[in-house]
Write a protein that binds this ligand. Structure first.
Ligand SMILES: [Zn+2]
Length: 314
């Protein structure tokens, strides 16, 4: 049975034990001071997005060498395999790992080398989506150029980071080049901002939407009437990369019970189920399946099976 994960950040998925081991190797004190590494990274009770995002500075600090990147990529794919996943799309902002001895291409090669080893050992097929960080205008342009240069080594392009005030159209030139180069495009939208951001992502050629759950605000839940952007998503069968736990932990919804995934499925959207940041959200594929089923979705594994047809690995 083929099952895919489409939305999982490489720097959000380190094993706690690996983080501790790598921190010891470079004497990285912020992690060595804590008695419990798992709870240090666990931001499930974070009061603000800043607190949630702060955890990433510590994983990125450990992702500065070729062997570390290779190991982290290998272990991410292995963990996915252990949860029954056969196709794993990982994403990362490559310039976070660029330093005096590590070029952008080496960053990509190291990650791919980890994925290849995991494929040899477990059969899981993995691929990398490059993320531009939208609060850094130049970074998005640089990552887009890198994606075009390395297009045979990657499976897609995305923009991540704060969505509010950073509409996709700010980067329309980069998106146009990405599309012209024939690179797959997904855009984080409809998470930190609303329907207009999703609409803007679509007009820039997004083939999938990262999160996208705020499309529910485009639907009159009483009359069941769909707005134009909802219709566009459904008519063009644009998949939404839904990540339930992450949406709770970044305070989009107060509790799992408020999450609209079930309604979105009922309205006919193409829904994929994803993990986003397994370390900070203390989650896994299997946990997200359980959460989805607790919301009344009868066979949540089917969402992972459906995701294989939305995958950029095809
Ligand atoms: Zn994400």
């Amino acid at each position: 049975m083929y099952k895919a994960i489409l939305h999982d950040h490489l720097d959000g998925g380190l094993r706690p034990s690996t983080a501790l081991e790598l921190a010891k190797e470079i004497n990285y004190t912020p992690l060595l001071k804590t008695d419990d590494i798992s709870s240090f990274f666990d931001r499930t009770d974070s009061s603000s997005l800043d607190d949630y995002l702060e955890a990433f500075t510590h994983t990125i600090a450990l992702m500065q060498t070729e062997p570390n990147l290779e190991r982290i990529a290998y272990e991410a794919a292995e963990d996915m395999h252990n949860n029954g996943i056969t196709m794993y799309e990982s994403r990362y902002a490559p310039f976070y790992s660029v330093n005096a001895t590590l070029s952008p291409t080496k960053v990509i090669d190291s990650i791919n080398s980890g994925f290849k080893k995991a494929q040899n050992d477990f059969g899981i097929k993995s691929g990398l989506i490059l993320c531009g960080m939208r609060h850094d205008f130049d970074n998005v342009g640089q990552v887009a150029e890198l994606a075009i240069e390395t297009k045979d080594k990657i499976i897609g392009f995305d923009i991540a980071g704060p969505e509010f005030n950073y509409m996709p159209s700010l980067f329309e030139k980069s998106f146009r080049k990405i599309k012209e180069a024939g690179i797959n495009l997904t855009i984080h939208a409809g998470e930190g901002d609303g329907v207009h951001s999703i609409k803007d992502a679509l007009s820039n050629g997004a083939q999938r939407i990262g999160h996208g759950v705020r499309i529910i605000e485009d639907i009159n839940l009483e009359t069941k009437e769909l707005g134009d952007t909802s219709k566009e998503l459904i008519d063009n069968q644009i998949p939404l990369e839904v990540c339930i736990s992450s949406n709770i932990h970044t305070n989009m919804y107060k509790s799992v019970g408020d999450h609209p995934i079930k309604e979105l499925i009922e309205f006919g959207f193409n829904i994929s189920l994803n993990t986003d940041n397994r370390l900070m959200s203390n989650t896994s594929v299997n946990k997200e399946i359980q959460i989805a089923e607790s919301l009344g979705i009868v066979n949540a594994e089917q969402l992972l099976i459906n995701s294989t047809s939305y995958s950029f690995l095809n």
